[in-house]
Design a protein around this ligand. Sequence first.
Ligand code: ZN
Length: 302
Amino acid sequence: MLHFTERACPVCARSDRSKLFAEARFDPARLDGMSFSSRKVPEGMHHRLLECGRCDVLYASPVPVTDDLTGAYEEAEYDSAREAQHAATTYARVLSGIAPNLPSRRRAVDIGAGDGAFMERLIEAGFTDVIGFEPSAAPIAFAPAGVRERIRPRVFDGSELDAGSVSLISCLQTIEHVPDPLGLCVNAATLLEPGGALLIVCHNRRAVSARLMRRSSPIYDIEHLQLFSPAGIRNLLERSGFERVEVRTLVNRYPLGYWLRLAPAPSRMKTGVETVLDRTHLNDVLLSFPAGNQVAVGYARA
Ligand SMILES: [Zn+2]
């Protein structure tokens, strides 16, 4: 059972300019082992959502207390290793544009590492010491040998590493899930060496896809405690002390079958189409599409 707590805007820590965006749509009886897993089939449930007029951030309040959330992630199931590989390929392309700007490639930290798919790409890109943090045991079990032992099976809190010892910190499809995104970014800024970068990939709540799908968009989900616009994610990074902040659209490359899983259609219809796609191997055709995600990069003060 989840216990809930009220909170203010997770970026400016105030609620004086917050207004109601949507009441909660949440039935605890429908929670299951997949509810806190990555890339799940959307359940159409979300917390009560407020919009901060100061930060342009949409945030959930009340939210489950941190211990309950950690417990939910620890026990979450996992079934998306193949999709994680495709996502890692997309992120590796982003990485190739950032890595040349870094002062060194001595250590990289991936927050919300999942099955370590992106950590493999960090190793390939030449980072000497690659460390992941992941609270869910299920995806870690899928990690390849050589990566698994580099994943620390817990929530990242910045306390285990020396200040200034990290060249790159990545936080991919994770910042919406953490109870304190500002705390995470401030910790990241402390750990980074001067000129080191924090790379965030997250949903853009003002993307065309989110606007077209309105409340049926999969971004409105109980796993998401906050959602950022391009201005919102910029505010988060700048408030955490990052400079040279860049925000842009991410073009995802996924198999057709995965796009279908995300589509807002009845599940019986989706199962039928999926069976046909499986038989014809069209399921594996890769499609590039701006799926409403954004990339944000900020550099630690030199
Ligand atoms: Zn705010």
